[in-house]
Design a protein around this ligand. Sequence first.
Ligand code: HEM
Length: 420
Amino acid sequence: MTTAARLPAGIAHPFSPAGRVDPYPAYTWLRTHDPVHRDPMTGMWLVTGYADCVALLKDPAFSAAAGQRERARDDDLPVSMLTSDGADHARLRAPGARLLGPAAMASIAGGLARDADALLERAGERGVLTDAVEQLGTPLATAVLARLFGLREEQRAPFQELARAVAVNLDPLAPPPLARLGRAAMGELTRYLDAHVDQALPSPLRDFAADGRLSRQEMLGVLGLSVVGGWQPLAESIGNALYWLLPRPEAREALRTAGGEAGAGEATADEAAAGEAAETAMDELLRLEAPIPFTARVTVRDADLPGGRIPAGSRVLAVLAAANRDPAVFTDPDRLVWDRSPNPHLAFGGGPHFCLAARLVRQSGAVLLTRLVRRFPAAALSDPEPRWAATLIPRRLTSLGVELHGAGSESHEPAEAARA
Ligand code: HEM
């Protein structure tokens, strides 16, 4: 197929309002017919094949610095690891492990489990959640960052409002007035973090700040990036996960009983097995509905991918959400296979910029989902057809009603066709 290929009439462009709500028909067509596609509407290259995306994310011909600069805002932030390449990037990334790596997760795990229990306790008192993203995902994401950053209890609510205000910076198609507010909020967040660093409770942030390898501004860059790039995708990933999980009794039951029949919040010898099974499920849920559906690069020279050549100076999107459903790699790619293993999905990207918090995201999602299905084995969607928002990043539902008690969920199963 030549690079002049066009989406057939009747398949919505993935950036059009209809395509943003349901981009999968376009992704499937592109991946099948033109996996390295020059998009006539935007002039960008859309790379949708799995092998092509993997190659692109590893190839230094595709610059993240140049790719993300397109989105850079006058936000007082220094260059961050996401907007740098090569040695610069490695220097900025290495200390970030102290903030977001496995040891950081291990140190907050106990507190986070208590946060998840408290959240579910409150949710259970309500019985019906009008929006599980707002009532479970959002406070979970805030709890994760609060624990990492050593925030005090009373700092959580104002921090959450700041995180919400900067989240708009993720969406490349945010309307200009909103984008302006997002830029202003970014400056406010940076000042907030600057003032906070020296008063943080013992936490991964304290270790990170003591590391000494980054300047103050660079350190604030990593913290700011974690809030903008992490808070909303994590919150929304909980809604996306429940959307797929709750209507499927077999998946819910497998998650509930993995590692034995422990009660909610109960620590057992099988906790590790349960955690592993839940992380496997979380991976599959992220594969199916990647909260960050694509990421941008610019070619600094001509680049060859398995599916074709891209000339120097091109704007390129690695469409992770399309690669994640490539039948060449994933059997039954449009279905939830809750125990899929191996699961080399690209929801966390790949190559040198692979999400530094991937393990943390998997584990914190797993903590909440396991506890939820154990505490509420019959949890169900209360709205048979939740709607997807017309935003590009993150991929998210407009709202997600959930019933936490009552018998069975089969009667609420959303149309299978909507997800296949
Ligand atoms: C479901 C939630 C999340 C998803 C789907 C996700 C996904 C991603 C993806 C796709 C990238 C690569 C971007 C690129 O290559 O251009 C990335 C990078 C990154 N993510 Fe995440 N992320 C999530 C949550 C988080 C959280 C909670 C944090 C921090 C608290 C975080 C911190 C980072 C950082 C620091 C990078 C940059 C890594 C680098 O440039 O070397 N992410 N993430």
